[in-house]
Structures are given as structure tokens and as C-alpha cells.
Design a protein around this ligand. Structure first.
Ligand SMILES: [Zn+2]
Length: 250
């Protein structure tokens, strides 16, 4: 049962017919894994914890750099030089002490992925490298858990929600990581901070919907162009030859 304080804190959620108290309790019983506590990870963590998602596990292995503050809105100038994951956990606890946090200063890699998936209902991938994006996809498919993957560069961002076995996965769309150095990252090509805010917010919204049992935007690539002030949604077909999610591969 929700406490009186919880009913007050989440009243704007609970007012919605799609949420009510039962939905709020469902959010409280949910457990998510957020890969990365950076530009996209910041709004993801803020909105999921504010919404009352009960357990949030997060991994990030970096320390905060002055260049991060332009888009990583979880952090303050006084955090520069400190461990991001420790500062992020403190910030999230301050925002919502009801959230059970499990923030770890590790990389999401072949060695840690299995352990990090324990008890997780949903993954959100917010990293800035293809190796992690593909590993998150393959792990979500292996554990049969929904994945929301987001990416940003310059004035553009995109989100793909994946329901393994039911919708296209990241590898159905992109097949394999591009050759090293062939696609620039934000450190090389730049990005507008608000694009990270837009994409992280969309991801948090999709996560809340999925956790509530609403239909997520599975298999639809949502692309945002800030320069053109435009959203484009493309239905991605499953690839029957996909090396991870095709029936023959599973
Ligand atoms: Zn696939």
C-alpha cells in the first residue's frame, strides 16, 4: 500500500486514469537498469526517480569533467573531478529518498552484464559508444527484457524501444557496430545539451508507459531533428536473419 506521503508526492501521476494507485504501486515494484549517467542518463534518472520507480540500478565509470556540465543536468560545478556515479546517487536520493538505488562504478561489459541484469524489468541504454549499445541489445535479447536505447549527436537524437522476439532489435536495424572511428561521437562532433534532455525525457516516458503495462513504441525508431524542428517515426521490420533475435539465433 502507498503511504500518505507517497499518495501526495505522486498525486499528479495518480490522477491519471492510466495510472491510479494500482499503477503507482506497479511503478514502485519495478526495477530498471540505466546504463550511463551522462547527458541522456541525467534526465532518465531524474524523471524515473521522480515518477517513483522503486529500484534504479545505474552504472557509469567516469568522473565528472567540466565539459559534461553543458548537458549532464544531474551535476553541479562543485562535482567536477568527482565520481559521477556517486554524485548521481546522492542527487537521486535527495530528489526521492523512497527510491532504492544501486549505483555502481563499473562498466557495462561482457563480465558485468549478467550480474547487472539480476532482478531487472527493463533496461535503458544511454551510453555514447557502439560497443555498449550492441552489448546492451544482445543482453536484453538474451534475458528477454525490454530495452530502450537512445542516442544523440549534434542537433539530432533517436530512440528505439525493443521488445525481444516481438519487435526489431538494435541489431535488426544496424547489424553490427560501425568500424572504429567511422562515426564521430559528441566529444568530436558536438551536441546541443537540450537534445540530450529531449531524448532522455522521451526514454523515461516510454519506460514509465512500459512499466505501467501500456503499449510502448516497440519497433518504432523515433528520430528528432532540433534544427528542422521535426520528429520522424519509422517502423523498423524485424530481420529474419538477425544474428541475435531471429528464431534461428535464439
Ligand atoms: Zn534483431
Amino acid at each position: 500500500m502507498l503511504s500518505r506521503d507517497e499518495i501526495t508526492r505522486y498525486s499528479r501521476n495518480i490522477l491519471l486514469p492510466e495510472v491510479r494507485r494500482a499503477g503507482q504501486e506497479r511503478l514502485r515494484q519495478s526495477s530498471v537498469l540505466v546504463i550511463g549517467a551522462g547527458g541522456i542518463g541525467s534526465p532518465v534518472l531524474l524523471y524515473l526517480s521522480a515518477a517513483g520507480v522503486g529500484r534504479i540500478r545505474c552504472v557509469d565509470n567516469d568522473s565528472l569533467d567540466l565539459t559534461n556540465l553543458q548537458r549532464q543536468v544531474l551535476y553541479a560545478t562543485s562535482d567536477v573531478g568527482q565520481s559521477k556515479i556517486l554524485r548521481a546517487e546522492a542527487r537521486i536520493k535527495e530528489l526521492n529518498p523512497d527510491v532504492e538505488t544501486d549505483f555502481r562504478q563499473v562498466r557495462f561489459d561482457e563480465n558485468t552484464a549478467g550480474q547487472l541484469m539480476e532482478g531487472v524489468d527493463l533496461l535503458l541504454e544511454t551510453s555514447d559508444n557502439f560497443e555498449t549499445k550492441f552489448l546492451a541489445n544482445d543482453t536484453a535479447v538474451r534475458y528477454n527484457k525490454p530495452l530502450i536505447a537512445g542516442g544523440i549527436l549534434r542537433f539530432d537524437g533517436q530512440v528505439l524501444c525493443i521488445s525481444p522476439g516481438n519487435s526489431a532489435c538494435y541489431r535488426c536495424l544496424f547489424h553490427a557496430p560501425p568500424p572504429e572511428g567511422s562515426v564521430p561521437n559528441c566529444a568530436a562532433a558536438g551536441v546541443i545539451g537540450a537534445v540530450a534532455g529531449v531524448i532522455g525525457s522521451v526514454m523515461a516516458g516510454e519506460a514509465v508507459k512500459i512499466l505501467l503495462g501500456q503499449t510502448g513504441a516497440f519497433g518504432r525508431l523515433q528520430q528528432y531533428s532540433m534544427l528542422e524542428s521535426e520528429w520522424r517515426t519509422i517502423q523498423i521490420p524485424r530481420n529474419s536473419g538477425c544474428s541475435v533475435c531471429a528464431p534461428s539465433a535464439r
